[in-house]
Design a protein. Structure first.
Length: 375
């Protein structure tokens, strides 16, 4: 009898240790996997928003407490698994969009909708800011009836708020299949921080958001989204001195001129684009570069004239037209009216103000849309 009791006790103890060991292994496994077992137990919802260029929409959502992820992609079209080139052609019916996975216990869908309004011009039917076409139209894609009702109510409130003097044009549509965009588009605001901020400002989005919403809390939730500032990410002088060579700093901040025939790009014949050394904003293309005989890089025109600011320069006993980068306010050089036809202009630029991105590296460096210049 005693032997049976002892045996039963041993079995019970052994089973308890086994169960404890299993529990301990599962706990350790969960910790080793970054808490995966715990994370999978969290109830999450999805929200999908189209707000023009998805680079500018992804970041604001990822900064919100309760948002687990924001993925750039394409939705609303008729082509399976479209590429960036397919969508930007405007022929597939897709919109650039961001799909947000969030914890509804931490952030409400209503808050996400109201944050979305703060990133766009909801009255623009033809695109967003510098990006034109149906692929850049705005829309809220609802995943269930509750989301639909919330989005519609929020849109109605926005129209009555009096912020805009035109009707709200943003569509509210049922969610369709969502295709994640290419890897180089994901987390673009992190991987290409300076260029992202320069693009957002140059496109007109940053200024619009500041003018329309500055100091105004979200109408329903009272949440104040992170304030945007077009110059917030332009490095200060101390950081520039660390990042740049002494010559680069003297050129872009003190309007110095580098030596002719003794600079990095005066004789560069490779295909590619030249970007602002501070922000990464595209400025000039090798397609427009020519040998002016001056010893400095010379171009007939910029890629986009809106990226350049012209100013009168009366220094050194001459009257010239200075050119500066709009995004970073960096001195680039001067423009003259003695260039080749048909433009007749010569943009004479200091190599020190530029960074060259060869055509084969455009996609890797985050400039895939400029490959078209060389096709």
């Amino acid at each position: 009898m005693n032997i049976k009791i002892i045996a039963a006790a041993l079995i019970a103890v052994t089973a308890a240790f086994a169960l404890f060991g299993m529990f301990r292994r599962e706990s350790m496994d969960a910790r080793a996997n970054g808490g995966e077992k715990i994370m999978t137990a969290i109830k999450t919802d999805k929200a999908t928003f189209a707000g023009g260029c998805f680079w500018c929409i992804e970041g604001p959502f990822e900064k919100i407490d309760g948002v687990i992820s924001a993925v750039a992609g394409y939705t609303g079209g008729h082509l399976d698994d479209p590429s960036y080139e397919d969508v930007t052609s405007g022929d597939t019916g897709h919109l650039e969009a961001v799909q947000v996975e969030f914890d509804p216990d931490k952030v409400s869908y209503e808050t996400l909708v109201e944050v979305f309004w703060r990133q766009i011009d909801p009255t623009d039917e033809g695109g967003q800011f510098a990006d034109r076409g149906t692929q850049y139209a705005t829309a809220i894609f609802y995943h269930d009836e509750n989301q639909k009702k919330t989005a519609e109510a929020s849109k109605e409130r926005l129209g009555k708020l009096g912020v805009f003097n035109r009707p709200i044009a943003t569509a509210i549509r049922p969610a369709e299949k969502f295709y994640p965009a290419e890897d180089y588009h994901q987390d673009y605001y992190k991987k290409n921080h300076a260029r992202y901020n320069a693009y957002k400002a140059a496109s007109g989005r940053t200024g619009f958001i500041d003018r329309a919403w500055k100091g105004c809390p979200l109408p329903r939730t009272g949440v104040q989204p992170p304030e945007s500032n077009r110059l917030a990410d332009i490095p200060g002088d101390d950081e520039l001195k660390e990042r740049l060579s002494a010559l680069q700093y003297e050129v872009i901040r003190r309007n110095a001129t580098e030596s002719p025939f003794d600079n990095e790009y005066w004789n560069n014949k490779r295909e590619g684009i030249y970007v602002d050394v501070v922000t990464g904003e595209p400025l000039f293309s090798s397609k427009d570069k020519f040998d002016s005989g001056t010893g400095w890089p010379s171009f007939t025109r910029p890629i986009d004239k809106s990226s350049i600011v012209e100013k009168k320069d009366s220094t050194h006993g001459m009257v010239r037209v200075e050119i500066r980068s709009k995004a970073s306010d960096s001195h680039l050089g001067h423009v003259f009216a003695d260039g080749p036809a048909p433009e007749g202009t010569r943009y004479c630029v200091n190599s020190a103000a530029l960074k060259f991105v060869p055509v084969e590296d455009l996609e890797k460096e985050g400039y895939p849309e400029y490959k078209r210049l060389f096709e």
